[in-house]
Write a protein that binds this ligand. Structure first.
Ligand SMILES: Nc1nc2c(ncn2[C@@H]2O[C@H](COP(=O)(O)OP(=O)(O)OP(=O)(O)O)[C@@H](O)[C@H]2O)c(=O)[nH]1
Length: 287
């Protein structure tokens, strides 16, 4: 995982001694090639420089880098399990192909495994295929899917799903939404309307780790137009460089709630900062 990122770090670690100012200059240059944004890479470079210069911090470069990345990842994650509202409504955002529909299935299965009841709202009414895909996932995990016809109002599907959950005392409503392009104004207006009608307790943005810097641009558009609380990063099992996760934390000030590591409905894990940093760092650099 994250081979390219690791390779970049090895290029720095292979040097016997590193001057703090050199590190501050070199680290950003390497990390930008591993999908970290310029802003985040420079910030990280400065954190490393300050720590290396700090007499009280007696670590090696790898300890300093570990601690600096950990500092960036220190934003608390929302807890979606211990909630005191019923139904708890989760709205999912993301452009086509990021893995949004599959991710909803994974989250639904995860919640079910914790003893929670779930209903899915097929509010991507733009594509008939999306309604079908969600219905198949619902069937596979034994969760009901509320759906209308293709082309119908996505907000009214969400409204019906919430009414359904209220009537049956269901714990969670997971609202799928359309993707298309994040630059599409109609899409953003549609998302705003679904948000207004369903009044979600939390809104999660699904980002594909392979998209790298582009995923940060997508996130900015969703942030400015619709707003979201946390991110789910998908496809970390592929050859994604992984650096965009740092930019999500630093540039957007949003936490990553889950990491998805495969196409199966069980391939989801709670995002853990230490797991991520250990995967990023070259093997022989971790004590
Ligand atoms: N390797 C890998 N593939 C994933 C992951 N998550 C989703 N996928 C795949 O990505 C593709 C797109 O996933 P969908 O769930 O259809 O994506 P979507 O964002 O809902 O896209 P639309 O249905 O086109 O709106 C599918 O082939 C999924 O199996 C993941 O974590 N790892």
């Amino acid at each position: 995982m994250f081979e390219k990122f690791k390779k970049k770090l090895v290029e720095i670690f292979s040097r016997k001694k590193i001057d703090p100012d050199e590190a501050a200059e070199e680290i950003p240059l390497k990390l930008i090639e591993a999908d970290v944004s310029v802003e985040t890479a420079e910030y990280l470079g400065n954190l490393v420089r300050n720590k290396l210069k700090d007499r009280d911090f007696s670590g090696e470069l790898n300890d300093v880098l570990y601690a600096s990345i950990k500092e960036i990842l220190a934003i608390p994650k929302p807890d979606i399990l211990n909630v005191n509202k019923k139904p708890f409504v989760i709205m999912f955002l993301g452009i086509n192909g990021t893995g949004k529909t599959t991710t909803i299935g994974k989250v639904a299965k995860y919640l079910k495994s914790k003893g929670k009841s779930v209903v899915l709202s097929a509010s991507d009414t733009f594509r008939a295929g999306a309604i079908e895909q969600l219905s198949m996932i619902g069937k596979e995990i034994g969760v009901e899917v509320i759906k209308h016809e293709k082309g119908s109002d996505p907000s009214s599907v969400a409204f019906d799903a919430i009414q359904h959950a209220k009537a049956r005392n269901i714990d969670y409503v997971l609202v799928d939404t359309a993707g298309r392009m994040n630059t599409n104004k109609n899409l953003m207006d549609e998302m705003k309307k679904i948000k207004r009608v369903s009044n979600p307790d939390i809104t999660l943005l699904v980002l594909d780790a392979v998209a790298g810097q582009d995923s940060i641009n997508q996130a900015r558009t969703f942030h400015e137009n619709v707003g979201f609380d946390a991110v789910i990063v998908t496809k970390l099992d592929t050859d994604a460089r992984g650096g965009s996760i740092l930019s999500i934390y630093h540039d957007l000030r949003k936490p990553v709630l889950f990491a998805c590591v495969g196409q199966g409905l069980d391939d989801i894990m709670q995002f853990d900062a230490d797991w991520y940093i250990e995967k990023l760092m070259p093997e022989n650099s971790i004590a």
